[in-house]
Design a protein around this ligand. Sequence first.
Ligand SMILES: Nc1nc2c(ncn2[C@@H]2O[C@H](COP(=O)(O)OP(=O)(O)OP(=O)(O)O)[C@@H](O)[C@H]2O)c(=O)[nH]1
Ligand SMILES: [Mg+2]
Length: 147
Amino acid sequence: MGEDVNTVSPTLGFIIKTIDYEGYKLNIWDVGGQKTLRSYWRNYFEKTDALIWVVDTTDRLRIDDCREELHGLLEEERLAGACLLIFANKTDVDGCMTEEEIVTLLRLNDIRTHQWHVLPCSAMTGKNLKEGLSWVVEDAKKRLFLY
Ligand SMILES: Nc1nc2c(ncn2[C@@H]2O[C@H](COP(=O)(O)OP(=O)(O)OP(=O)(O)O)[C@@H](O)[C@H]2O)c(=O)[nH]1
Ligand SMILES: [Mg+2]
């Protein structure tokens, strides 16, 4: 958020960012998605309240890989208490996959273990980015008082 998407490069390793959102401090660990980096994801599972899964809706070739990785992650015990936000990104691009396609192709309706929510968004235009964070915060708040 607030960054120029035209100058970003692939995340090597991870980047920590803190965003203040309506009085809540969100510590965000942005981990690189390249295949060679995925084995490092497990280093960041501890104390995770929310998993934000950013899907490239213009990339039909890798959507199966995307589904397998996501469902694999959801089996991880240390992520059991986390909610799941799926950002269907790049919806500013013509011909991108629709929300319905993403739900079907990622088999989101099969998810029984986590609260999930899907939002079409665009890092380019900023569409729905705040709405996504708001859902994450509201969901985390609900669980805060359960412990
Ligand atoms: N049109 C459009 N392009 C986008 C959008 N979001 C990201 N991009 C472009 O997509 C490319 C990849 O973006 P990254 O932010 O590096 O993607 P990433 O998922 O962080 O990739 P890794 O760091 O390798 O995991 C860049 O060229 C971005 O400018 C979007 O919403 N719309
Ligand atoms: Mg990145």
